[in-house]
Write a protein that binds this ligand. Sequence first.
Ligand code: NIG
Ligand code: ZN
Length: 425
Amino acid sequence: MEEIKVVFDLLVYNIGQLILPKNRLKPLKGKEMSELPVEENAAFAVKNGKVAWMGSSAKAESVEAKERIDAHQKVVSPGLVDPHTHLVFGGSRENELALKQKGVPYLEILANGGGILSTVAATRQSTERELVEKASLHLERMVAHGVTTIEAKSGYGLDQETELKQLRVTKKLAEKYPVSIVSTFLGPHAIPSTHKDNPDTFLDDMIGLLDLIKKDQLAEFIDIFCETGVFTIEQSREFLTKGKEKGFGLKIHADEIDSLGGAELAASLGAVSADHLVAVSEDGMKSLGKKDTIAVLLPGTTFYLGKDEYAPARNMINEGVAVALATDFNPGSCVTENLQLIMALAALKLNMTAEEIWNAVTINAAYAIGRGNESGTLEIGKWADFVVWDIPTYHYLPYHFGVNHAKSVYCKGNKLWSRPELKLS
Ligand SMILES: N=CN[C@@H](CCC(=O)O)C(=O)O
Ligand SMILES: [Zn+2]
């Protein structure tokens, strides 16, 4: 019988290092994060947007494909995953930089009606279309830096109309782009000035939106800013418990500035992630280590807020915690779409190893937004989301900081972005 030869859509060959994070069907915890399988002289092929063949570059010579990409012995990784962003918002807050330089603390700017509240005013004034256009620019910049799966939070509406508007914008972006976008409702992100004296009524209003959000499938996760002067542990417990009963996945902005016990709360409720954790307590780390709640660390925010103390990533890893990294892209406390910069900060400020860092922006980041089964690794049958990097080894990326090392970015087997060629002569 004549053998039928498969013709693949795409073949990537001559890969110097193919990064293949392990998928243990749950996030990598503690020591497991230091294992980063890498295949040298590797190749893989894509059919119908999914990885369909993997092998050596030598074997790839006999593989038939409609398009062949020579990786020139450079690094190829799964598409990066950014599991914590505030992608959709109106306006900007460059005026706050001068306040920060004068030493005005982040929470004081907020208490005086600035910070998050000034972005709330701008977001309320923006039309849905304006928000889509603005968020598209930010999203395209994320993709250009190697990201193919993104979480996006609401939280700049603080009223029914604008929170739903933000969530609809996220849904439109998910329809417009092939990248995977995971939506989170962060209604309790700040207390609006109208509710300064009755935050519980505001929280009830936000709880009141959950059924509608669920019905219209506008968000998979819910989140709350648990912090001094914002929402207390009790309020956070109430909001998250109600959301859990309604079937939402849970996230929490926890222990960012003060150690309130947000990590402990997240672990006790089975939250998917606890984010920030700069001020996490020993008990908080231990409770995360006992559960699969992922610590999403945001060193770009600590850097941008000019703080000296970073999240204790090494202690968390020693306690067996699963760690992921994200930009926290937002208009106030971390204004960058560049996840590669965050990888460098994780090396320099969190003391994470290159292996831990790559796991933290791929497989663990995917689990932090419920996408471990489809993103964050390159496996046969999974989406062919990948980045061809212009770096000689995976150690190089966190070492050479502040520039874009992506050469081309593919999502579901399609090229979304490639580095423009300079013509200087
Ligand atoms: N900490 C709370 N929320 C955001 C900041 C939002 C803002 O300043 O606009 C964060 O994760 O850093
Ligand atoms: Zn945030």
